[in-house]
Design a protein around this ligand. Structure first.
Ligand code: ATP
Ligand code: MG
Length: 569
């Protein structure tokens, strides 16, 4: 089950301190690192960033902001087989969009390949590393288990000279991939499996997106990461919990390789997991490659680019990240908390407009045929400074099909034959006739309006029980609207032992409506502009829009109707 988090909390009170802040405050009091605070966000450019990465970005850059420190962006590009320039560029765009700035501190682990290689040679010379000719499976079988010590490789006691020669030949490309690896010589009996002679270099004959074919040996993450942190002067190397068991190795390498007393400190926190969401780049890549979604930035994806295209704002993601906090215990956050965060921010900021998704034509029989007028509408009731706009009104309108019922139950207060409703910002109208085709399908409604109710109030004090939205048919902009539902039907698509996560894809996650009508105000909108379609939800303009045909994405509905529906069964 998802964790319970109080979502009534006001955003103004956010920026909660967390346990890492406490550690840093304490260290600063003690004068550690001469008062310096320096973090980094270290993505591997092997996919687009997702909302889990956003948590890490907000945490790392947030610490730098809070303690007047710095945060680097560093690409952990040590595996050329999975990494691409496209990913590098998307990552930079996403970090900037979230509102963070690495200034001139953009680094790549590949910047350090020469220095790391020198260190590998140094370890060999100190008899702390050796070339192992065994294959990956054999090495893995010799690792033992947490309760059973490992077995030493038969190549462990090669001479320094032989190791230097072999590593030189590995580096020169004389061996095939997998023929041998360089391992640190630590302790095959260590209770910590990561200390059992970890691999530090492997042969890979794939060109690297930055260093081309200069190298055919590449350092492993554990070897490269701590040294990269050290060289950049990182004081706090913040990573997710699974790296806790790597920490002794992280420290071992720095202790054996670096000379000064300064040490980056690794601190682990719980990764973000969300209900109804997959959060692994490998699996997200699978969805993209197999075309279950339309690319990494498909608005149903939990990627930052997908959320952006969907209509999420940087503020809403940062507030979400603040709200969920930072802990040491793995948990699952309810995805409705993310939806709440964007709803809350858009409520304060989004321009209101009227848009009809499933149109039903209404003809106002007592309104002159060639006339139209402009009525005042409020742009955002939450923000008076956003002012008002004019909305055109004329004889032919569209209303939502759902807002009319020919034979309504007693609790239905919207439009029905003989009933009067208010058209938002306009007039009271009464339905006088339902016009149908020969098959009995409704073609349009005939209504009358009361000119005395202009602006939406009757001078005689007469009340109506319902206010509905509408657009003027001849002024409205015909639009496409893409409605999204959750990408997965299951709360934990990744949590089923014998069932692939793709089995839980929701076949109804995208519904495209091609005949929607939106008031002309949206004509000047640019891609990503946000709107509230009154009574419906928040939408934004998609990149696929053309001047002839705007395309809108549903960001989130006005209310959390989804959870309620599911609970009904
Ligand atoms: P994935 O498992 O999705 O492929 P990763 O951890 O391999 O992610 P990296 O590019 O190595 O991806 O991650 C960069 C940083 O983001 C790391 O510091 C990592 O700890 C952090 N990070 C990744 N996923 C999450 C998550 N779900 N919650 C919080 N931080 C995360
Ligand atoms: Mg990783």
């Amino acid at each position: 089950m998802a964790e319970n988090i109080n979502i009534t909390e006001n955003t103004d009170t956010l920026k909660k301190p967390n346990f890492i802040h406490s550690i840093i405050s304490e260290e600063l009091k003690q004068g550690k690192n001469n008062g310096r605070v320096h973090t980094r966000f270290p993505p591997e450019p092997n996919g687009y960033l997702h909302i889990g990465h956003a948590k890490s970005i907000c945490l790392n850059f947030g610490i730098a902001e809070k303690f007047a420190g710095k945060c680097n962006l560093r690409f952990d590009d040590t595996n050329p087989t999975k990494e691409e320039v496209e990913y590098v560029e998307s990552i930079m765009e996403d970090v900037r969009w979230l509102g963070f700035d690495w200034e001139d501190r953009l680094y790549y682990a590949s910047d350090y390949f020469q220095k790391l290689h020198d260190f590998a040679i140094q370890l060999i010379k100190e008899n702390k590393a050796y070339v192992d000719d065994q294959d990956a499976e054999t090495i893995s079988n010799q690792k033992g288990s947490p309760t059973r010590p490992g077995t030493e490789s038969p190549f462990r006691n090669r001479s320094v000279e032989e190791n230097l020669d072999l590593f030189r030949r590995m580096t020169n490309g004389e061996f095939e991939e997998g023929a041998c690896v360089l391992r640190a010589k630590i302790d095959m009996t260590s209770p910590n499996m990561h200390m059992r002679d970890p691999i530090i270099y492997r042969i890979m004959k794939t060109p690297h997106h930055r260093t081309g074919d200069k190298w055919c040996v590449y350092p492993m993450y554990d070897f490269a990461h701590g040294q990269s942190d050290f060289w950049e002067g990182i004081t706090h190397s913040i990573c997710t919990l699974e790296f806790e068991v790597h920490r002794p190795l992280y420290d071992w390498f720095v202790d054996h390789l670096q000379e000064t007393d300064y040490r980056p400190r690794q601190i682990e926190f719980a990764r973000l997991n969300l209900t109804y969401t997959i959060m692994s780049k490998r699996k997200l890549l699978e969805l993209v490659k197999d075309k279950h979604v339309n690319g990494w930035d498909d608005p149903r994806m939990p990627t930052i680019s997908g959320l952006r295209r969907r209509g999420y704002t940087p503020e809403s993601i940062r507030n979400f990240s603040d709200r969920i906090g930072v802990t040491k215990v793995d948990g699952v956050i309810d995805v409705s908390l993310l939806e709440f965060s964007v709803r809350e921010h858009l409520n304060k900021t989004a321009q209101r407009v009227m848009g009809v998704l499933n149109p039903l034509k209404v003809i106002i029989t007592n309104y002159p045929e060639d006339e139209s007028e402009e009525l005042d509408a409020i742009n955002n009731p939450e923000d008076a400074a956003m002012g008002t706009r004019k909305v055109p009104f004329s004889r032919e309108l569209y209303i939502e099909q759902d807002d009319f019922m020919e034979n309504p139950p007693s609790k239905f207060f919207r439009l029905s034959p003989g009933k009067e409703v208010r058209l938002r910002y306009a007039y009271f109208i009464t339905c006088t006739e339902v016009v149908k085709d020969e098959n009995g399908n409704i073609l349009h409604l005939l209504c009358t309006y009361d000119p005395a109710t202009k602006g939406g109030n009757a001078p005689d004090g007469r009340k109506v029980k319902s206010t509905i939205h509408w657009v003027s048919a001849k002024h409205a902009v015909k639009s496409e609207v893409r409605l999204y539902d959750r990408l997965f039907k299951d709360e934990n698509p990744d949590g089923h032992k014998d069932v692939d996560f793709k089995e839980f894809l929701n076949p109804d996650s995208l519904k495209v409506l091609t005949e929607c009508y939106v008031e002309p105000f949206v004509k000047s909108a640019k891609p990503l502009d946000h709107f509230q379609f009154e009574r419906l939800g928040y939408f934004n303009l998609d990149y696929d829009s053309t001047p002839e045909k705007p395309v809108f994405n549903l960001t989130v509905q006005l209310r959390d109707s989804w959870t309620k529906e599911q609970n009904k069964g």
